[in-house]
Design a protein around this ligand. Structure first.
Ligand SMILES: [Zn+2]
Ligand SMILES: [Zn+2]
Length: 105
């Protein structure tokens, strides 16, 4: 019982050890470099998107207060409390605001 388990573990380890080595030998150095570059750009893009995300928590009308109101019926969460009360339609999709849900922050 225990020995069969050990054997399967060993085989598993062998598989893991083999895969990355064969991948590298197949690839040209240029491709490797390009891949690294693409990965770098992806990471930068992710960071950029993260920043955009942080900004999206600011009210889309006054760009000062944090978003606090979800508009109904469109459910866009993009305005602070005072701007949501001042607007009659959603600034994103132009749906008439029937009601607002205020979040506590
Ligand atoms: Zn506002
Ligand atoms: Zn909307």
């Amino acid at each position: 019982m225990l020995t069969t388990r050990m054997q399967s573990l060993k085989m598993h380890k062998l598989k893991i050890a083999r895969t990355p080595a064969s991948d590298i030998s197949k690839e040209e150095p240029l491709v490797v470099r390009l891949k690294a570059r693409m990965q770098e750009m992806k990471e930068k893009e992710l960071m950029h998107n993260g920043n955009v995300d942080a900004n999206s928590h600011v009210c889309k009308v006054c760009f000062e207060s944090a978003t606090a109101a979800m508009l109904l019926p469109c459910r866009h969460f993009c305005l602070c409390k005072s701007c949501s009360l001042a607007c009659s339609e959603c600034p994103i999709c132009r749906t008439n605001i029937a009601d607002r849900i205020f979040a506590f922050t």
